[in-house]
Design a protein around this ligand. Structure first.
Ligand SMILES: CC(C)(COP(=O)(O)OP(=O)(O)OC[C@H]1O[C@@H](n2cnc3c(N)ncnc32)[C@H](O)[C@@H]1OP(=O)(O)O)[C@@H](O)C(=O)NCCC(=O)NCCS
Length: 326
């Protein structure tokens, strides 16, 4: 039988215990260690407990399109295969369902067998593969021009072959979103869609790169080779020193990236994007009592006390009622 684990939200007090989990799960160089404060403060970090001891962790952050992104899955080496990661995922399925979040996404390295098996065991399916590339920005004539929303844009984007290589998904900040018509609208309004070399790229900032100096991009439509050749100059002209992006994991696109001087970033050489849909629960409104109801509650309370004290008179019910019902 599967063990059950107590799950709670982490606070900054758990930082050191979380570092110990990362060291045990991945090692002293785990990149998650330096972003622990950030992860605890932005989004939701859940931890699994064995008594008082934190034995696993996972992070959840709502995405711009109303889905949520999972990351930093870590289970202590001595607690593996006991359902810790599965329990943490389940806690976020519950959170998503209660928050009316329809989809959870995450990525895992293609070579990470434990990671891939664990996410599939929790109902996730592979939806696309990407490769992370980067290079320095460079002088040149190419420029990026922001594209405002219009309905033709949706049609052009959805028919785009380069987008289909990634099954319709693009990188945005630390996660990926599918370019549905609604998300094209959303990203255009966020000023994220740009015309580059006759094609379209999506721009954002990746939180693990220096947002002031590094431009994050993804291919949306047009000729991948031309866009990739134009990106270094477009990035420099927009004030960035470096340019990074997740490209569809496709031989031709990656060949074009190499020709344009991009190098593969080892931690993202083959990133498998997974998605799981969530059945959302009924909307529940937290109902705040009105002053009249609070006062009525007090009256009942005082009336009950009066009864206990053996007094039966009606009417008078306590010193504060007139504050609410003058
Ligand atoms: C990936 C990781 C978080 C899984 O944690 P875990 O608590 O051991 O996972 P669970 O016990 O909940 O596993 C649930 C299911 O996933 C699958 N699974 C997990 N690890 C597996 C492995 N090494 N090989 C095959 N299947 C595995 C199994 O189906 C398992 O169910 P089962 O044990 O009943 O067969 C853990 O191995 C880890 O911390 N790895 C290092 C960090 C990392 O790679 N994180 C990124 C993941 S995207």
């Amino acid at each position: 039988m599967k063990e059950s684990w107590e799950i709670r939200r982490a606070s900054l007090h758990d930082r050191d215990a979380l570092e110990a989990v990362c060291r045990s799960a991945v090692g002293p160089d785990d990149y998650v260690i330096e972003s622990l404060e950030d992860l605890i403060l932005h989004g939701v970090m859940h931890v699994a407990l064995d008594g008082d001891r934190i034995v696993g962790a996972m992070h959840y952050v709502p995405t711009v399109d109303g889905s949520a992104w999972l990351g930093a899955a870590r289970t202590r080496a001595d607690y593996r295969r006991r359902g810790v990661a599965a329990a943490l995922m389940q806690s976020f399925v519950g959170l998503a369902s209660r928050s009316r979040v329809h989809a959870l996404r995450l990525w895992s390295k293609a070579t990470n067998m434990a990671g891939n098996h664990a996410v599939k065991a929790s109902g996730f399916q592979e939806v696309a593969r990407f490769t992370r590339v980067g290079r320095k920005a460079a002088k040149g004539t190419a420029r990026a021009v922001r594209i405002p929303f219009d309905t033709d844009l949706v049609r052009g984007i959805q028919a785009s072959p380069v987008l289909q290589l990634a099954n319709g998904y693009v990188p945005y900040e630390r996660y990926f979103v599918p370019l549905t018509p609604a998300n094209v609208h959303l990203l255009a309004n966020l000023r994220a869609l740009h015309r580059v070399a006759g094609g379209i790229a999506v721009f954002s900032a990746h939180p693990e790169e220096d947002a002031d100096t590094s431009l994050e991009f993804g291919l949306v439509a047009g000729d991948a080779g031309r866009i990739l050749r134009a990106m270094p100059a477009a990035a420099l002209a927009s004030g960035f020193r470096d340019v990074h992006g997740f490209l569809p994991h496709d031989r031709k696109v990656l060949g074009a990236a190499e020709k344009a001087g991009f190098e593969v970033v080892p931690w993202g050489d083959e990133a498998v994007l997974f998605e799981r849909s969530v059945a959302v629960g009924p909307t529940s409104y937290r109902k705040r009592r009105t002053f009249a109801e609070i006062a009525a509650g007090k009256r009942e309370g005082y009336a009950a006390l009066a009864l206990l004290a053996g007094k039966h008179e009606h009417g008078h019910s306590g010193p504060h009622e007139d504050r609410w019902n003058p």
